[in-house]
Design a protein around this ligand. Structure first.
Ligand SMILES: C[S@@+](CC[C@H](N)C(=O)[O-])C[C@H]1O[C@@H](n2cnc3c(N)ncnc32)[C@H](O)[C@@H]1O
Length: 178
């Protein structure tokens, strides 16, 4: 359900440039791409293993870059493989600015915090950032709860899974901000 809300937010924003952290098989990438000109997707893909699954609490199983590329074929997209702790700093050097960011990659607080710190530097004024994985009750070491606590945000609807409510969070970058 929350992914339908995500798509509604992208449809309302109509971003020129959209970044998704955690593209996985590209299921939502395809739906997000319908509302933007250029899509950039980041994921571990083939670099994922048992250790990263555990560290990032990845419950969706593995995927490949080719799967995501196939889903997006024929559209204007770029996929960047690897750990976002490394790939986002390198991407930032390209000076690309985004109008919409969906943060749904690693679930550890450390990775979400890093994903936020790098993507926030890429935001155009008025850009919308949607975080997945706000957990109620909070999960120690996981989720975006601790990250969004430090910024102005709106808590959105979510889905219940195994006794945890998983909500989206929306942040809007100030219009006057660079
Ligand atoms: C919840 S899934 C993403 C689902 C996808 N956004 C969707 O809506 O279908 C999380 C993805 O993040 C990726 N991931 C986990 N840790 C990562 C990291 N440190 N760097 C890059 N990708 C990571 C995993 O490989 C996984 O594909």
């Amino acid at each position: 359900m929350r992914y339908d809300l995500l798509i509604d937010l992208a449809a309302a924003k109509k971003p020129d440039v959209l970044i998704e952290i955690g593209t996985h098989r590209g299921n939502n990438a395809k739906r997000l791409k319908a509302h933007c000109r250029k899509y950039y997707g980041f994921d571990l893909w083939e670099a994922g293993n048992d250790e990263t699954d555990k560290r990032e609490s990845n419950g969706k199983g593995r995927s490949t870059k080719a799967q995501a590329a196939q889903v997006l074929a024929g559209t204007d997209f770029e996929l960047i493989a690897g750990n976002t702790l490394d790939t986002l700093p390198a991407f930032w050097e390209r000076g690309i600015k985004a109008d919409f960011v969906f943060i749904d990659g690693g679930h550890s607080v450390g990775t979400i915090g890093s994903d936020w710190q790098w993507t926030r530097r890429m935001l155009n004024p008025g850009a919308v950032v949607v975080f997945d994985d706000y957990y109620e009750p909070e999960r120690d070491g996981f989720g975006c709860n601790a990250i969004v606590a430090g910024i102005e945000h709106e808590l959105l609807n979510g889905d219940s899974f195994n006794g945890t409510l998983i909500r989206l969070v929306k942040y809007v970058h100030p219009s006057g901000a660079a």
